[in-house]
Ligand binder design. Structure first.
Ligand SMILES: [Zn+2]
Length: 227
């Protein structure tokens, strides 16, 4: 099976679903990513662009991502991009990687890029149904929305919030996620920042304990087709 993570920024796939991607990769699935703002140029305490590309590749490798498409939509400005332009960019990734499962952001996040990424990815994910059958990539059977520390948990207390209904036991691959985050200079902050190494572990323990695993990543499963 091919699996695609569509994310706004270069470290989002590690924070959101890195240990799950590694687990799926270990099981023999092909894991890819599409990063809409690969340079992430407006971020503070980030490495140089050249260095960012290098640490990003290393972090991706550590969680089992074998290939990636990077776009250069501007950081914290996704809301200024025409909807169709970003949808078409994600559709190109879907055509190239032919995923059966997609992981992406939750629409309740504080970060505007994450919210726009959710809207455009859910639209693009209908591509197989829109195309004629002989051109169509594989039907996308599952869509998972992940949580990003210091964005999903910093959203205002309005709307539905992040209420996961799908959990992956990542006890065996959580170390790979931490290694990938370590490789990603600037991704982690000192405790008690929400995005600290300690809190990444706290969240995995909390999600695990909700379902009886030691460590878990949790998702909102918003599409579940069985065919
Ligand atoms: Zn992000």
């Amino acid at each position: 099976m091919n699996i695609l993570a569509v994310v706004a920024h270069p470290d989002d796939e590690i924070l959101g679903c890195g240990a799950t991607l590694k687990k799926l990769s270990n099981e023999g699935h092909h894991v890819f990513s599409c990063v809409l703002c690969a340079p992430a140029d407006a971020r503070h305490n980030r490495p140089s662009l050249e260095r960012l590309a290098s640490v990003s590749r290393e972090a991706s490798r550590l969680v089992g991502i074998s290939d990636s498409i990077g776009y250069e939509f501007k950081n914290i400005q996704f809301n200024t991009v025409p909807h169709l332009e970003m949808v078409k960019a994600i559709e190109a990734a879907i055509v190239r990687f032919k995923p059966e499962w997609i992981f992406t952001h939750h629409p309740g996040d504080l970060n505007v890029d994450h919210r726009v990424c959710y809207e455009t990815t859910t639209t693009a994910a209908m591509l197989p149904q829109r195309l004629s059958s002989d051109l169509s990539p594989t039907l996308i059977s599952k869509m998972f929305l992940f949580e990003i520390l210091s964005s999903t948990d910093w959203a205002p207390p309005l709307g539905e919030g992040f209420r996961p209904n799908s959990f992956f036991d990542v006890s065996s691959t959580f170390d790979a996620k931490l290694k990938a985050l370590d490789a990603f200079e600037g991704a982690l902050k000192p405790f008690p920042h929400s995005r600290s190494k300690e809190n990444v572990k706290n969240l995995a323990n909390l999600r695990g304990a909700q379902v009886g695993f030691e460590l878990a990543e949790a998702f909102c499963l918003i599409r579940d087709l069985n065919h």
